[in-house]
Each structure stands twice: as structure tokens, then as C-alpha cells.
Design a protein around this ligand. Structure first.
Ligand code: SF4
Length: 584
């Protein structure tokens, strides 16, 4: 018997994607500890964000299987009464494949998957039908218009026929599960888009996406970088990051990640802003490789040249160093990878990037040397004094033009592509090509192996400069030594303070000296200044700790670093005393 819609059990699985409760600061904790906190998390997030949504907080027990949002009466349909569609095998491990009403979310599918679905529906020309849907969802006007339903296209050129809409429409959703609720504008032109989540693991909560303008030299066209979120909050608890303070409230689905780009294009069109959106960084809220399947599928979708057309070379996934997941990224896609390193000793990294307790620096470095091998070891002291002088003359702004604004702190794609940011640097090998990412039959898996480091992929190492913590010349020398066999560039990031933080940014002099030491050691190094920091849109400033019912703890600092920390605010000190675990 043909079945159209997923069973209740399948739906429950799709809707209740479990996420890890692993707390990286807990030594020896399992990497993935199944739990089902979604309901209570959703209740709290929803109660704070949408106090009027009474059904959301009816009872914790009921949330296990009850849609997080009430279904509007005019959208309600009895799925079992609909004519059956043919059986279709959905992609495995794809988060958020169905919405609360049991409809297939088409934005969770890559183009080849959409084509397979169209074939299963008996379409005579499934490739054409899939492309038609794809173009309406993702292509710029007039070809697309980023429509929200099949009905929107009816009566328009190349729109869908009433017969097709009637047959398929009730079973599918073209929505992405986000609602733009606020736009925050910083003085430097950075814009932060705040979205309310309409479904998924943290329905009712909110995420933030940042649009960063990159103003370039005369003769070069300005462009935009979009910094997208992959989770609501983050489990990694990096101590200098505001998002990390939230803890993890839930993973975003593939469609919710893709929709951030679609909504950004809609927003720019409404603003009359024709600046091309060319770069995408997974450096917003969350650790992308803690939600790998959703992120990789989303990267595949946004990079397709017949849709949102952001080149693989201009997409960067940033991670704190989840080694197995980094290998998966290299094997399955051609996107660029950035590593949030931030420390040169296990003592410091165990504290400020607690995931180091699982993958310590020795383990991480060995993996990097294997994944991003450098053909020839950099010659220490190989640069001339004139090279160094040229480097010293470069202002922060030059590198800052390489955009980036996020909690994971980096802008790899921009750094690798912006001549304004690298005119003083040794030449960097071209990373892949700008050719269309895949044909209509391409997919992540079909790209396997194309992005191996042996073919030129390099790593961007992000290093946030924290006064007195990780910014000494000894740190610079250790960093150069650690990375001497890794094909990489280093991006030094000016720390952006946020409410409650005890860290302070390094001085300009310390940053400059650190960079010079790296350059003398043969490293390629840029500095990135803050963007959007006056409106909490900069690196490490995204999120809202107030939405979290259980913020992550502030970890105790090793004794010798305490003199560099600001005194804790009374509220933070009280909470810390109550929640902070002992540091191993
Ligand atoms: S820096 Fe990135 S990985 Fe670390 S807590 Fe912030 S969002 Fe999470």
C-alpha cells in the first residue's frame, strides 16, 4: 500500500531530534548523551520569547508529541483524507524533514533529492519539475522570488498548474520555519536579523543572523558576507563567547539554516540593497559540527549555482575542533574550514575552550597535520625585515575588511578572497575554483574527495586575543611551532566584550607584536577588527542569555591568570558560586 505521509512515530522522530547534553567542561563525559530536554527547553524559550503562545507551555509531557505551535485553523487539514502520494524514501539523518503538520519541508532537500521526490510523485520530467520548484524557492527575481508556497506561483510565468498544486500542495511546505522579528543596525553598516523559530527543537526561541558589508578598494565591487547560526545557543561553553553562556537550547533544521539566507535575500530586496551577497560563514550561534548533518545539507543547498549560488569557496564552516566531524566535512564537501583555536597550551584551552578536554592540543595538531598537510615546512625567520615592516604598517582595517561577525569568530572566506586584506601578505595558493558547485545531479556525497587538502584546501586558524591570557610572545612562538606543518593562515581577532565577561581585549601593541612574531616565523597572518560591536552583532556577542533557563557555568580561571580578569559582577559571582564545577 502506498503511503503519503510519515507515520506518527516517524514524525515524532523528525520533530524531536535529540541533541547532545554533553558538557565539554565535564571531563570524561560522553560525546553524545541522548536526552530529551526539548520539551522543557522549548517551554522556557517559548515562554520568554512568546508569552502569548499559551499552548506552548500547557504541559511538559504533552510537548513530547504535540506541535510546539498551534496550527492555524485555516491551515489545518486531515492528512489521512488526502489522496495518497507514492512511496518515497527520504534522506537518512536529515533533521527537520517534516513540519508540525506532517508536511514534507522542501527546503530540507538538495536538488537531487528533490528530483527523486518528484520522480516518486510520477512526474513525467522529474528533473524539470524539481528545477522548477527549486528556482521558485531560491532564484533571484524574476526567475524565483523566494516564494513561500506553490500557490504563490499560480498565474505567473512558469508558475505551477492548478492540478499540480492541488495534488502536491497539501503535502509539502516551502516555508523555512523562521519569522523575521527584528532588524538591528550597527553604525558600521552591519545588520543583525533576529528570527523567531516557528518549529523544530527550540520552537518559540530566537536566533540571529548577521549581514556584514565589505567595503572594498576603488574599482572593486562592495559585497556582503552573511553569518548564519546553526544552533540555538551552544553547548561548547567557550568562556569568552556570549552565545556559549546560553547553553544549548536546540539544533536548527536544514531548512532553518537555508531560510536564513533566503530571508536575507528577501530583506535586501526590500531594502533596495543590490550589494551582492557572496560569502557565507557558519560562525553565528552554535557549533556547526555539533549539528553536522543539517549544516552539510544546508551548505549543499545554498551553494547550488541555480539557486542561492554562494560558491563552495566562499562558504566557511567554523569549529572549535571536533576532529571526527572535521574529517567528515573534508570528505563530503568542498567548503572551507576554520578552526577556533584561541590558545597554545592545554592549561589555557581547557579553560577557555573546554572541548579541549576531549581533543587536546597534541591530538588536534596531529589531526590538522594529517588533514591539512603542508608540503614544505615553513622556514623560521624566513621573512626579511622589509616584509615585517610592511606587515607592521598594515592597519587593522585592512584585515578587518574581511568581514566576519559571530560567536565562532572568523571570516575565512573573506580573508581568503579579499585583496584588500592580504595585499601585504605572502601569496596564498588559490583555494579551488569558483565554478558552479554541482550540476543538477550533484550532491554532497557526489563531491566526496574533491576538497581534500592535497588539492589545495587550507585551514583558517582563528585566534581571539585576550589580554594577559593568550597574547604573549611565548604564545606566538608556540602557535607558530604548533602549526608549522599545517597548511593554514592565522586570523587574529580583537575580542568583543559582552555583558558579564571578565576578559579584556589585548592592546593594539600586543596584537601587533604577536602578529609580527608570527610573520617572522613564516606564518600568514591577518588581524580582524570588530564589526557591529556597538549593537551586539560582532564576534562572540550573538544570542540572548536571558532566554536560557540554565546558562552554562563560568569556569574557574587558573590561578596565574586571575589578575588579568575583571572582577565579576555581583550577579555573575553569585551564580558562579552556585553552578561552577571544579576545574580539573
Ligand atoms: S565560540 Fe562558537 S563554539 Fe564556542 S561557545 Fe561560542 S558559538 Fe559555541
Amino acid at each position: 500500500m502506498h503511503r503519503t505521509l510519515p507515520s506518527a512515530r516517524e514524525l515524532a522522530t523528525c520533530k524531536q531530534q535529540r541533541f547532545s547534553a554533553w558538557k565539554p567542561w565535564t571531563v570524561g563525559a560522553p560525546n553524545v548523551a541522548p536526552r530529551a530536554p526539548t520539551a522543557s527547553v522549548r517551554c522556557v524559550a517559548a515562554a520568554v520569547a512568546q508569552p502569548a503562545a499559551a499552548p506552548l507551555v500547557a504541559s511538559h509531557a504533552s510537548h513530547a508529541t504535540t506541535p510546539a505551535h498551534p496550527i492555524p485553523a485555516d491551515d489545518t487539514h486531515d492528512a489521512e483524507q488526502l489522496p495518497a502520494l507514492p512511496t518515497w524514501t527520504p534522506p537518512a539523518n536529515r533533521p527537520g524533514l517534516y513540519d508540525q503538520q506532517g508536511r514534507l519541508v522542501l527546503k530540507a532537500l538538495t536538488l537531487p533529492e528533490l528530483e527523486a521526490w518528484c520522480a516518486a510523485q510520477g512526474e513525467a520530467a522529474p528533473a524539470n519539475r524539481a528545477l522548477q520548484i527549486w528556482r521558485w524557492m531560491y532564484a533571484d527575481p524574476p526567475a524565483g522570488s523566494w516564494v513561500r508556497s506553490l500557490e504563490e506561483t499560480m498565474g505567473r510565468q512558469n508558475g505551477f498548474a492548478a492540478k499540480f498544486v492541488e495534488k502536491v500542495g497539501p503535502h509539502v511546505s516551502l516555508e523555512g520555519g523562521l519569522k523575521l522579528s527584528q532588524v538591528v543596525r550597527a553604525s558600521d553598516g552591519t545588520r543583525k536579523l533576529v528570527f523567531t523559530l516557528l518549529g523544530g527543537e527550540a520552537a518559540g526561541g530566537s536566533i540571529e543572523t548577521v549581514l556584514i558589508p565589505v567595503v572594498r578598494q576603488q574599482g572593486l565591487r562592495d559585497r556582503l558576507t552573511i553569518c548564519v547560526s546553526s544552533q540555538v545557543g551552544c553547548a561548547m561553553n567557550c568562556q569568552f563567547c556570549y552565545t556559549g553562556r546560553m547553553g544549548l537550547l536546540g539544533n536548527l533544521s536544514t531548512a532553518q539554516i537555508v531560510e536564513q539566507v533566503v530571508e536575507a535575500r528577501r530583506f535586501l530586496a526590500q531594502e533596495g540593497d543590490r550589494t551582492p551577497l557572496t560569502n557565507l560563514v557558519f560562525m553565528g550561534m552554535g557549533e556547526p559540527l555539533h549539528n553536522t548533518e543539517a549544516v552539510l545539507a544546508a551548505a549543499d543547498i545554498v551553494s547550488h549555482y541555480l539557486g542561492l549560488h554562494i560558491s563552495h569557496n566562499k562558504i566557511t564552516i567554523s569549529t572549535v575542533g571536533l576532529v571526527p566531524e572535521m574529517r567528515a566535512v573534508l570528505a563530503r564537501t568542498r567548503v572551507q574550514v576554520a578552526l577556533s583555536l584561541h590558545a597554545t597550551t592545554d592549561e589555557v584551552r581547557d579553560w577557555i575552550v573546554p572541548v579541549n578536554r576531549r581533543y587536546d592540543l597534541a591530538t588536534l595538531t596531529a589531526a590538522l597535520e594529517e588533514m591539512f598537510p603542508k608540503e614544505e615546512e615553513a622556514a623560521i625567520g624566513s621573512l626579511s625585515s622589509s616584509d615585517e615592516a610592511a606587515a607592521a604598517a598594515v592597519s587593522h582595517e585592512a584585515a578587518a575588511a574581511a568581514a566576519g561577525s559571530s560567536s565562532s569568530l572568523g571570516a575565512a572566506a573573506d580573508v581568503s578572497s579579499g585583496p584588500e586584506s592580504e595585499r601585504w601578505l605572502p601569496p596564498v595558493e588559490q583555494l579551488g575554483s569558483d565554478a558552479p558547485s554541482s550540476s543538477s545531479s550533484g550532491s554532497s556525497s557526489s563531491e566526496a574527495g574533491k576538497g581534500s587538502s592535497k588539492e589545495g584546501r587550507s585551514l583558517l586558524v582563528e585566534y581571539t586575543m585576550l589580554h594577559g591570557i593568550n597574547d604573549t610572545l611565548d604564545d606566538a612562538h608556540r602557535l607558530a611551532d604548533m602549526l608549522r606543518r599545517v597548511n593554514c593562515k592565522v586570523n587574529l581577532i580583537v575580542f568583543n566584550p559582552h555583558k558579564g565577561t571578565r576578559f579584556q581585549p589585548s592592546t593594539d601593541e600586543d596584537i601587533s607584536a604577536f602578529r609580527s612574531a608570527l610573520i617572522r616565523s613564516g606564518m600568514v597572518c591577518t588581524i580582524r577588527d570588530s564589526r557591529g560591536d556597538d549593537e551586539m552583532a560582532a564576534c562572540g556577542q550573538l544570542g540572548n542569555v536571558g532566554l536560557s533557563f540554565r546558562p552554562s557555568p563560568i569556569l574557574d580561571a587558573p590561578e596565574r591568570f586571575r589578575k588579568f580578569l575583571l572582577p565579576p559582577s555581583p550577579a555573575v559571582a553569585t551564580k558562579q558560586a552556585a553552578t561552577s564545577p571544579a576545574v580539573a
